[in-house]
Write a protein that binds this ligand. Structure first.
Ligand code: CA
Length: 234
């Protein structure tokens, strides 16, 4: 599992320790010493997870988590708060601010990595290497293989990412814009009709096992991946 993680921490020694360990675990690390620098980085690239220290100069980690939650673009970023022992009693406030988890200093790098993995698994399962299976359709991010009722299916790289996102977020309607953000990456300027092109290719690739029926067009809204298709064919 490789994710982009933004570390907002003003103590250089801790920031360095965290960054080294996250990089070693295969993550891409962005570093900021305060929330102003963090905002600049986020404007350029939306990270997969934000690791924010509670006590920061200027805007605190708790206030920052609230800010991230309040803006549409950053509302769903998984957030882990780093806290000092003295702030233990205030943890409820940390979670109320919208943080998904908190890690108390001093922490072991191993514990931190485990917490990150757990939060990403819960909040952004498409970023993990876990194989997914829905109604006989199986996708394995590690081997990059897809099969329908045990027969291999050939998918292009974009169709693979699209299917992975769908399968980890089933039964929900995704607008074309949301699919662009999650599958193509935000700040990537592609026309919405590009999504339709790749949906068409994805459906074609799934025809051999008849899993194309699982990708439903929701008129006026977008697309949905369902475990139980209602229509015979899309
Ligand atoms: Ca601090």
């Amino acid at each position: 599992m490789s994710s982009t993680i933004l570390v907002v921490e003003d103590e250089p020694a801790i920031a360095e320790l965290v960054a080294v360990n996250l990089s070693f675990a295969g993550h891409k690390v962005l570093r900021a010493a305060d929330t102003i620098a963090a905002d600049t980085l986020i404007r350029a690239e939306l990270p997969d997870l934000v690791l924010v220290d509670w006590m920061l100069p200027g805007t605190s980690g708790v206030q920052y988590a609230r800010q991230l939650r309040a803006h549409e673009r950053t509302a769903n970023i998984p957030i882990i708060m780093l806290t000092a022992r003295s702030e233990e009693s205030d943890k409820v406030e940390g979670l109320d601010s919208g943080a998904d988890d908190y890690v108390t200093k001093p922490f072991s790098p191993k514990e931190l990595l485990a917490r990150i993995k757990a939060v990403i698994r819960r909040r952004a399962p498409q970023l993990t290497d876990d194989a997914v299976e829905v109604a006989g359709l199986k996708l394995d991010p590690l081997t990059h293989r897809v099969s329908g009722h045990a027969s291999p299916l050939e998918l292009g790289p974009t169709e693979f990412r699209l299917l992975h996102y769908f399968m980890t977020h089933p039964e929900r309607v995704h607008s074309r814009n949301q699919l662009l953000d999650h599958v193509w990456g935000d700040h990537v300027f592609v026309e919405e009709r590009t999504v339709d092109v790749h949906i068409r290719r994805l459906r074609q690739a799934l025809v051999p096992s008849r899993h194309d029926r699982h990708i439903e067009t929701v008129r006026g809204s977008g697309y949905r991946f369902t475990a139980q298709p209602t229509s015979p064919a899309a």
